[in-house]
Write a new protein. Structure first.
Length: 295
């Protein structure tokens, strides 16, 4: 089935940045991303790694119609004039061996990293980010063990989400909540963000756009604008540059009882990367993605 957006409700962007879709896993929100892309138009679409989860597919095969229709839609976008750039990550590292060939497959260009020039002329390094993850770089066996633990957390998340729906509570990601509240995990995220932000300085760029850690964020770090796209497993978020040059996070999570049929909400962040506060239900310990301005 092909997906064509209607004339109404189409949002136009200069660029969209999507990462960590993890197609090939049961927790990938492929249908949600498909619906978002079908209601969007962009000049450039950056696929910032871990679009396909080769690690998981090697262990056990899972692929459904939603995964298939999302890939077909991306191919349609490339064929209809959208510039699509695919930057492989660690989970789809099987494509990295193709990079020296300079391939362009079905109008999709594959690159190790890219430089995105914003409407105001600022340059941003676009990369997946796993090269700045010490576990992935120095201890690949630990990385695979961590991936197994993460899969277990997502499995638990599915059952907890079902219980919350029965209680009339909105969707929350248990795995995202745990990651944000485990002290060592918070430290690891901070170290990663600082290391990636330094790469922008090394490349004489205004900032960096990455994925990998499934934590959507826009903030200034030591003079560099750090922007993380998030993911389409937990936060269901991406990064967009609007037609007037602002960078915003786009998210598919809403206060709805069924996470598979969520409308999209868009929220702007300032160029200074000011902090955004959580919107949480009183007494509910699982926060929503930070999408509304802090007071």
């Amino acid at each position: 089935m092909d997906y064509e957006p209607s004339a109404s409700g189409v949002t136009r962007y200069r660029a969209l940045f999507i990462s960590d879709v993890h197609l090939g896993t049961r927790d990938s929100k492929a249908a949600l991303l498909r619906d978002f892309l079908a209601s969007s138009r962009c000049e450039t679409l950056y696929l910032v790694g871990d679009i396909i989860d080769g690690w998981r597919l090697r262990r056990s095969w899972f692929w459904n119609d939603d995964h298939d229709s999302l890939l077909r839609l991306i191919l349609q976008m490339a064929a209809s004039g959208t510039e699509v750039i695919y930057i492989p990550g660690n989970h789809d590292e099987m494509f990295r061996s193709w990079l020296p060939l300079g391939l362009k497959i079905a109008s999709i260009r594959m690159q190790e990293r890219a430089i995105h020039e914003a409407a105001d002329g600022r340059r941003f390094v676009v990369l997946h980010g796993d090269e700045f993850d010490s576990v992935v770089r120095c201890a690949p066996m630990l990385a695979h063990l961590g991936d197994w633990a993460y899969a277990l957390a997502l499995w638990l998340n599915r059952y907890l989400a079902a219980i919350r729906r029965r209680l009339g509570l909105p969707y929350r990601s248990f795995s995202a909540w745990a990651k944000r509240h485990v002290k060592e995990a918070v430290k690891a995220v901070d170290r990663f963000e600082e290391a990636v932000a330094q790469e922008a300085k090394r490349c004489d760029a205004a900032g960096v756009i990455c994925g990998h850690i499934h934590t959507p964020e826009i903030r200034m770090i030591d003079g560099s604008l750090y922007m993380n796209t998030g993911d389409w497993v937990e936060s269901c978020s991406g990064l967009a540059e609007t037609m007037d040059g602002r960078f915003i996070l786009v998210s598919g999570l809403e206060e709805q009882r069924h996470p598979g049929a969520l409308p999209f909400r868009r929220a702007s962040r300032s160029r200074s990367g000011e902090a955004f506060a959580d919107e949480s239900v009183p007494g509910d310990p699982w926060p929503r993605p930070a999408l509304t301005p802090a007071a």
